[in-house]
Design a protein around this ligand. Structure first.
Ligand code: ZN
Length: 151
């Protein structure tokens, strides 16, 4: 054990922390529309006219509440940025290396983060047009979109 005589009272330990994540009313409506209708929904701010995907309860531009004005956006858009994941972690959707991209869907003003399958990871480019491939297996999460591929 390190000499901690000059530090505040410290106890080292590990905690197991079981939990459940709830997507909330807005996130749940988004996931259910993906799962049951293969539709990608956003919410439009009536104050500043921005459409947020994934939807949020509050406009991050003007802070207005956003839960009333749902819009369907296109399942295609443009890669605005990306990264290559090269390490493995539990609960990752696939084995590395793979590309995680920020994708601004047509009709949205924000970007959605998702898997980009462009064959070789070297093919990923900012500005490339991509489209969603929906999963054949219903899920209760964002992976109702299995991945995005080049148009
Ligand atoms: Zn706004």
């Amino acid at each position: 054990m390190k000499d901690q005589s000059n530090h505040a009272f410290v106890i080292e330990g590990k905690m197991a922390l079981p939990y459940q994540y709830f997507a909330g009313a807005v996130g749940s409506k988004f996931i259910v529309a993906l799962r049951d209708e293969k539709k990608i929904l956003g919410v439009r701010c009536e104050h500043c006219n921005k459409t947020w995907v994934p939807p949020r309860q509050t406009c991050e531009h003007c802070f207005a509440p956003l839960t009333d004005h749902w819009v369907e956006v296109q399942p295609a858009g443009v890669v605005t940025n990306f990264t290559v994941v090269r390490y493995a972690e539990p609960y990752q959707p696939q084995e590395p290396p793979y590309v995680l991209a920020l994708i601004k869907l047509d009709g949205a003003d924000s970007a959605l983060t998702h898997l980009l399958d462009c064959g070789d990871i070297q093919n990923a480019r900012i500005g490339m047009r991509v489209r969603a491939v929906f999963s054949d297996t219903p899920k209760d999460n964002i992976l109702n979109i299995a991945r995005f591929i080049p148009e």
